[in-house]
Each structure stands twice: as structure tokens, then as C-alpha cells.
Design a protein around this ligand. Structure first.
Ligand code: G6P
Length: 481
């Protein structure tokens, strides 16, 4: 695809995210190229952008790729160039070595480095400046996720006329954990530049409120934080509330009904040797996903003789992620040693206990895997939402299949008809897996029908509508100053 370069204009709706919704690159002849990146967020936002003069500010995903703003897929894209050093300090460092583990309840130790923090401030300022340049007067700007927590206040300082929303896709921990961060006050002050802060779960919103009460001078009441006081007018109000994200349910349902995808699902089962039961795990290879706990439970079930290969097999798709970050390298080694050990102990020629793939796949193949799987295992130790759980449910138009779901994934708030587990309780997880395998068809249908209703009623389009509706219903910036 080619690019129509266009001068920066005035855009009424601006999305700011660490990544652009396309994989952008420069071809050998110097011309820019792009391909739409997969993901629910862009599926939900693209139509809103097209209808509302939208622009998207983000990083093309590779270091040192300098691109002029361009139009693609009906959206105006504004690339933010990150140098190799920015990627190391801001992205791999502060975003994924400090904030990611800290905000996931410190399930691995967060690392604190002043040089990482300085780079985070610097890069956040760059995103804020780009957003300030493209936004029209009184435009709505929607900032996404933990990589950009300082952008709301930086942007408000540059452009007080804007309506600013922020959505945190990952969890927010209790103040006792968040307080470890040397820059906790700066992060909260940065975030509170937004008019509306959205979280995945009500508990995440409550945790932010508690941290604000404990670590800043501002007061809170219900969902609302008051910045300033009656004595230092003007006051400003920030609302913090849960808006659980979802998936493109219609899109996935459509893919799941394609004859070639249904045929592919059958072929997958044949390739696996027609087992009675196919278990499935699909995750980014991340320590928050509880992959080791899942392997432990599965390995013990084989060891106990409760499950037997080849009647049962586990397919584990682990898509590569953040491969330069130490904790991710270490996790990969641990997972791969464990898979090798379980296969060595319980597999035989042509009959692996675990089919492990360190790849990512296109959506069609994922949906075929969902359709091929009798039991889906989502065993996260902490997860903002977990869209894989919702995708599995959306794909099962046949109303078959059982979802085993961690209570520590945001999805558990809505998907109560799954078999809910605590992944730290290995015996409990083993019981849930055998219960899922033995579940009667009638019970499977009953549960899946109710689960599907949830993802049909709240899809990602509805999510974006709810958030933006709430953001835009607030008083305009200029009306009360
Ligand atoms: C999570 C985060 C996103 C992030 C994605 C992939 O879902 O909430 O902000 O984009 O993981 O991670 P990556 O580091 O590759 O962008």
C-alpha cells in the first residue's frame, strides 16, 4: 500500500497510543509502506475516526523509522519516531521493566532506574506535543495505556481547550504496591490531567482513587476527584470509572462461520491425531499469563494418570513479546524447559503431550484453533481484561467448548459462567480442568450460551461508544473557565 502524504490539519478526534494501528516501514526506494496491524482497538476506532476527522498519534513499532504523517485506511496517522535508545529506556525499560510488572501487582519485581524514568518523561512529552499539534480547537483526545501516563497533564498544559480521555488497558494495583514507585506522585499528577479515566474493572478504578487519596493533596468523592479547591478556582473534576473493553464480536462470529475455517478446525484435530480432548492456551509469552502454572497443573494430571496422552493433548500458542526484556527471556527459557520435560516424560513418537508454538498467527487460524479446542485455559496471574477469553466465547457459535478462566483476569467480572479458578491453587486448577473435560454437552451449551450473550451485548464498538459518550457528556473545557 502506498501513502498519501498530507500536511497536519486540525483533527476533531485524536487517539494517542504507544503504537500506530498499522505496521509502518520504509521501502528500499525510501517510500513508506504500511499494513493494518491486527487488534480490536483499531477495529473499534477506525470507523469513528473516519466519521469524525480522526488522527492517530503513535510509534511505528521499529526504532529509527522516520516517517512523515500519512493517511492510511481512512485515518490520518502521525508517526512518533523513537530512537534505539528511546526504545531501550522508555519502552523496554520504564514501560515494560518498571510499570508493567508494578501495575500487575508486582508478580515479578519491578526495576527502578532513574535513566528509564527520565526517558519516559522525555518521550511522553514528545507524544503530548504531537497530539497538541494535530488536535483542532476543543477536539476530543483519547490517550491509551500505561506507556503514556504523563501525557494527559502535559497535553492539558499545552492545550487547555481539549477534552481529554485516558484509558488504562492493564490493571492498577492497590496503593500499598503502587507506593513502591519512586515517581508515584508524578505519575498520578500526570494522569489526573484527563477529564475521564477509564479502567477495566471497578477494582482498578477504586485502586486509583485510593492512591490519589493517599499520595496527592486532592480530594475524592464517589467516582470523582476534585483538583484545586473552592479557594483556588477554577476547580476541575476528573471522573474515574470502569469501562470493560471487549472484542469485535461480529467480526469473529463471521470468521467462525466461514466453511474454510470450520474445515481448518477439523483438519487441526486430525493433525493432532484425533484426540478425545484438545486443551488450548493462547497468550503473549508474558509472565502475567500464568503459563507456568498451567503447565504445572497439566503435567501433574499426566503424572497422576488422570489424563493420558494421546487421548488428551494441550496446544499452547505463545506469541513472541518484548524479547529484549530480561524477565521475558527468562520466562521463555522456563516455559520451554518445562514443555520439553513434559513431552519427554509423557509423549511418544508422533504423539506430543504439548504442541508448543512460539509464533503469532492470523485471526482465521486463531479462530480455527478456538473451534478445535474442547477446553480453553486462561490462567492469568493478573490481567487487565484478557481478550482471548472473549474471543474464544465469540468464536463458539456452535455453543460448545468450555472456558476455564482465572479470577485475576478482568474478564472474570463479566464471564461468570466460565469455570473460575485461582491459578495459584494448582489442585483447584486440576479439578477445574477435569471438570471441564467431563462436562456434559447440555451443561456446556447452557454456559456457553450465557457467556456469548455477554460478548454480544458488550462488544468493542459498544465499549468505545460508552467511553466517548461519557467523556463528551462532561462540561466543555471552555464553558466553565
Ligand atoms: C498489552 C498492552 C498494550 C500493548 C500490548 C502488546 O495488551 O495493554 O498496550 O500494546 O500488550 O504489547 P507491546 O509491548 O508489543 O505493544
Amino acid at each position: 500500500d502506498s501513502i498519501d502524504p498530507e500536511a497536519d490539519g486540525a483533527y476533531d478526534f485524536v487517539v494517542v497510543a504507544n503504537r500506530l494501528p498499522v505496521d509502518a516501514d520504509v521501502a528500499e526506494d525510501g517510500s513508506p509502506t504500511w499494513k493494518r496491524a491486527p487488534g480490536g482497538l483499531v477495529t473499534a476506532l477506525a470507523p469513528i475516526m473516519r466519521a469524525n476527522d480522526g488522527a492517530w498519534v503513535g510509534w511505528p513499532g521499529k526504532p529509527d523509522v522516520t516517517l512523515e504523517p500519512f493517511d492510511a485506511d481512512g485515518m490520518h496517522l502521525v508517526p512518533v519516531d523513537l530512537s534505539e535508545q528511546d526504545v531501550e529506556l522508555y519502552y523496554e525499560g520504564f514501560s515494560n521493566g518498571t510499570l508493567w510488572p508494578l501495575l500487575h501487582d508486582a508478580v515479578v519485581d519491578p526495576v527502578f532506574h532513574r535513566a528509564w524514568w527520565n526517558a519516559y518523561v522525555r518521550v511522553n512529552r514528545r507524544f503530548a506535543k504531537e497530539a497538541a499539534k494535530v488536535a483542532a480547537k476543543e477536539a476530543t483526545v483519547w490517550i491509551q495505556d500505561y506507556q503514556l501516563l504523563l501525557v494527559p497533564t502535559m497535553l492539558r498544559a499545552l492545550r487547555p481547550d481539549l477534552r481529554i480521555g485516558f484509558f488504562l488497558h492493564i490493571p492498577f494495583p492497590p496503593p500499598e504496591i503502587f507506593a513502591q514507585l519512586p515517581w508515584r506522585k508524578q505519575i498520578l499528577d500526570g494522569l489526573l490531567g484527563a477529564d475521564l479515566i477509564g479502567t477495566q474493572r471497578t477494582s482498578d478504578a477504586g485502586n486509583i482513587q485510593r492512591s490519589v487519596r493517599r499520595l496527592t493533596e486532592w480530594t475524592t468523592r464517589g467516582q470523582v476527584v476534585t483538583i484545586g479547591s473552592r479557594w483556588t478556582r477554577p476547580e476541575r473534576h476528573v471522573r474515574i470509572a470502569a469501562f470493560p473493553i471487549s472484542i469485535d464480536t461480529t467480526g469473529i462470529t463471521e470468521v467462525a462461520q466461514r466453511p474454510e475455517v470450520i474445515e481448518r478446525a477439523k483438519e487441526i484435530r486430525r493433525d493432532l491425531g484425533d484426540p478425545d480432548t484438545v486443551l488450548l492456551g493462547v497468550d503473549r509469552l508474558d509472565y502475567t499469563k500464568g503459563i507456568r502454572h498451567r503447565l504445572k497443573a497439566f503435567g501433574e494430571l499426566l503424572h497422576d494418570g488422570r489424563l493420558v496422552v494421546p487421548e488428551v493433548t494441550l496446544v499452547q500458542v505463545a506469541s513472541p513479546s518484548r524479547e529484549n526484556v530480561d524477565s521475558y527471556k527468562q520466562l521463555r527459557d522456563e516455559v520451554e524447559v518445562t514443555v520439553g520435560r513434559i513431552n519427554g516424560d509423557h509423549g511418544s513418537l508422533g504423539r506430543a503431550a504439548i504442541h508448543y508454538m512460539h509464533h503469532s498467527y492470523p485471526l482465521e487460524e486463531m479462530v480455527a484453533l478456538y473451534l478445535a479446542a474442547d477446553v480453553m485455559l486462561v490462567t492469568a496471574l493478573r490481567d487487565g481484561m484478557n481478550l482471548v477469553a472473549k474471543e474464544y466465547v465469540a468464536a463458539r457459535v456452535d455453543l460448545d467448548g468450555v472456558l476455564v478462566l482465572s479470577e485475576f483476569a478482568g474478564a472474570a467480572d463479566e464471564l461468570a459462567q466460565a469455570l473460575i479458578i485461582n491459578p495459584h491453587d494448582i489442585d483447584g486448577m486440576k479439578r477445574a480442568i477435569t471438570e471441564a473435560i467431563d462436562m456434559r454437552p447440555k451443561e456446556r451449551r447452557r454456559r456457553m450460551r450465557s457467556l456469548r450473550r455477554r460478548v454480544v451485548d458488550n462488544d468493542v464498538q459498544q465499549w468505545a461508544k460508552n467511553f466517548l459518550g461519557t467523556l463528551n457528556a462532561g462540561p466543555s473545557r471552555t464553558s466553565h473557565v
